[in-house]
Design a protein around this ligand. Sequence first.
Ligand code: CA
Length: 417
Amino acid sequence: MVGLLCLPAHAESRDISRDTLPANDGWASAGEGTTGGSAADAAHVYTVTDRAGLVRALDGGSATPKIIRIAGTVDANTDDDGDHLDCADYATDGYGLKKYLAAYDPRTWGAAKPSGPQEEARQASAKKQAERVELLVGSNTTIVGLGDKAVLKGGSLQVRNAANVIIRNLDLRDAYDCFPVWQPNTGGLGDWKTAYDTIWLTGSTHVWVDHVTLSDKGHPDAAEPTYFARNYLRHDGLLDITNGSDLVTVSWSRFADHDKAMLIGNSDTATGDRGKLRVTLHHNQFESVVQRVPRVRFGQVHLYNNRYVVPGDDYRYSLGVSTESAIYAENNAFHTPGHIEAADLVKSWNGSALHQTGTLFNGYPVDLLAIHNAYNSGSERDLTADVGWTPTLHTKIDSAEAADRAVARGAGAGRIP
Ligand code: CA
């Protein structure tokens, strides 16, 4: 019978778990390159379907070569029996949002840092959530989604002081903080500070993030209430790279529906980051992201062939040029609603240079540098085009038009060709 000879309509997708970063594919290909857990022996290849399995496989961030394949949806906010935990389950020591708001209302509490029983209870509650959602990724590890529907929900993948890590083909969503802290002195008006980046690289080198989708899906911050006249934010970065991290490639990924997408370098005074924070970002889609796409301090960042779809509401900027940053931007395409202008795309704080060529703005070529210098606000100074380096580690650089189409089709989880 002919039917017996037919292949299934949807052939099994290729096994990507032992893939390594191709040669010359961005900063993570420098030196010995990035191989993740590709050398894992059979005993260290795991397929996990829940948080408990994921935690066992991660092994406390051990450096043993390992491959972790995520099947289906893993919810980080679960107990050891796999039962979902919501914010009320973590609340302890009498913490209550109403009580917290009453205790630290600036009209009565003033501008001092919150302290006392409610803040202590918040910290104790936050610690209980952190123990569930912070997932430490060690050296020589590959984490991949199986098939095209693998999801990690509510987790914060933290690569701390590790080397040689690959994260691919995974939909990471809603790293939701149940217990934001009020910081009265942030930004003049005070602000809510949240704890979890969806992926956080700190002190880590040789990391390849590819074909992931990062978003707040399920809990948009815009739908959160306003307390003390500030949005009660629940999410921190989607992918923050800090504390001397270096040699990172982020490719073919999708960043969506979020406020602060990507911080590369978290402090002007972190001078230990000088010469590090070298990151390549290519063929990524940044869609409905308010700011930090990325915001860079110190690092040499090669930003090419990315697609930006800028939101209409509450948009702040895309490229953040901060202290000693050296962004080399080539052939990126921006799409914006009518009231967002090319001058809005770049913002600088203490930055001095930005290289950009081949930028498309709503289909037309623009020079972001010239526009920035012509229209920058009083607090910003002119930027020069000399960032002091020229990228050499990269694969083919497409025209912005070609990349725009390819990224719209191919970026994100479930789309590895
Ligand atoms: Ca962060």
